[in-house]
Design a protein around this ligand. Structure first.
Ligand SMILES: Cc1ncc(COP(=O)(O)O)c(C=O)c1O
Length: 403
């Protein structure tokens, strides 16, 4: 014990609890939304970095080089084209803010909108990073059940009507319509239209998180909700973490200026790394389509491997989802099984996975927390590691008496 300062008396009140130092990741790690080391375009990054530094490197000497506070202009111009071509979204570069990962954009939107006690509506299972930050902002989170097409709009309508009758107007509807995390589901166009109609009817904006939207394995697929709205009902966030790599730490917010101008003051880091934006812009300009084709076919193989391994080692009682893309399989175990009970045995086998309640809005409610589900990420491991990891996981589930 040191005889120095007692910092616990100096920290601000009501800050989050301390982080643990963490343990090294286990060898068979199915958690997080990590990318695939074997599918990274390393040589492309190297060439892009060399080219762009020779061309534009000296602009790194100034803050906000080439583009101001919204981010590096060539990257925003690339996004204008990409969003139009792949997501059906028509915007100008001035409606795009580059952020340090989409997480920073999500938090900046929350900072601009939320006060303690405000209500936010979302899918009943959602991205833990968003749920955690909503709670930190003091928001009341209301979860709407999903089916095979994502959030059920009939139940969303019911939820909004119930809230209205109690005098509550949610600040926004946060949704992950394309390759929803954790379930991997994709919302059909009709349902996207219905959600937008509800947003207009109740005067509640949609906050659309399309972090995984580049990873649908088909060539043509559903456009963003934002593509259906040319007024200002939909705020949109996207990321390069899944299409390139999480270590790139680049994401973006698409919003009309009246909203963007209130989000921008909460991006208090004097700009996202221009160096990273330069390399990514240079790489993507010539390589986006070919890289995505390569990445998606690699991920598709990995998805098939994980599903095959689950069927082989867990047998027919366990039902893995068959996602149309992305990096997660949402696995259903028989009713009544609590998948959290095998976490320790799995750890001893060198395996990590996320039980359903990690993603649940109502995590403490055993009727609604998805305790008989697990989410497995198939991107990180090689195919042989996946086979080995799932065999070990099935052993852990047997040892814990779950199968
Ligand atoms: C739905 C969703 N949104 C946002 C993020 C944050 O990603 P990043 O900050 O790396 O863009 C994640 C990360 O896994 C996610 O799953």
């Amino acid at each position: 014990m040191s005889s120095g300062l007692d910092y616990t008396k100096l920290f601000a009140k009501d800050i989050p609890g301390p982080s643990s130092r963490g343990e090294p990741d286990p060898p068979y790690n199915f958690t997080y939304g990590h990318g695939s080391p074997d599918l990274l375009p390393i040589e492309g990054f190297v060439d892009a970095a060399a080219d762009v530094f020779r061309k534009d490197g000296r602009s790194l000497a100034v803050y906000h080089a080439n583009g101001g506070g919204l981010g590096y202009l060539p990257l925003r111009e690339f996004l204008v084209e990409k969003l139009a071509k792949h997501r059906g979204i028509q915007v100008t570069a001035d409606e795009i803010l580059i952020t340090s990962g989409s997480q920073q954009g999500i938090i900046a939107v929350m900072d601009a909108f939320l006060e303690p006690g405000d209500t936010v509506v979302t899918e009943m299972f959602s991205y833990a990073g968003t749920l955690g930050n909503l709670r930190r902002h003091g928001a009341e989170v209301v979860g709407v059940p999903l089916d095979e097409e994502g959030m059920r709009t009939d139940l969303l309508e019911k939820t909004l009507t119930d809230l209205q009758s109690r005098g509550i107007k949610p600040k926004f509807i946060y949704t992950i319509p394309t390759l929803h995390n954790p379930t991997g589901r994709v919302m059909g166009m009709e349902r996207r239209r219905e959600m937008l109609e509800l947003s207009r009817r109740f005067g509640v904006p949609i906050f659309e998180d399309e972090c995984y939207a580049d990873l649908v394995f088909e060539k043509e697929y559903e456009h963003a909700i934002r593509s259906l709205d040319n007024s200002n009902y939909v705020l949109h966030v996207g990321s390069f973490s899944k299409s390139l790599a999480p270590g790139v730490r680049l994401g973006y917010v698409v919003a009309p200026w009246e909203v963007m101008s209130q989000i921008l003051p909460f991006k208090m880091d004097i700009g996202t790394s221009t160096m990273g934006q330069m390399i990514v812009a240079e790489f993507l300009e010539n390589n986006f389509d070919s890289h995505m084709e390569h990445l998606k076919s690699g991920l598709e193989r990995k998805r098939d491997t994980l599903i095959a391994a689950l069927k082989e080692h867990f047998g027919p009682e366990v039902q893995p989802s068959e996602p149309r893309g992305g990096m997660f399989v949402w696995v259903r175990f028989p009713e009544g099984i609590d998948t959290r009970k095998a976490l320790e045995a799995a750890k001893a086998e060198g395996v990590a996975y996320n039980p359903g309640p990690d993603w649940a809005v109502y995590a403490d409610d055993d009727e609604r927390n998805g305790m008989n589900y697990v989410r497995l990420c198939y991107a990180l491991l090689t195919e042989s590691e996946t086979w080995e990891g799932i065999e070990r996981m099935s052993r852990a589930f047997r040892e814990a008496g779950l199968t």
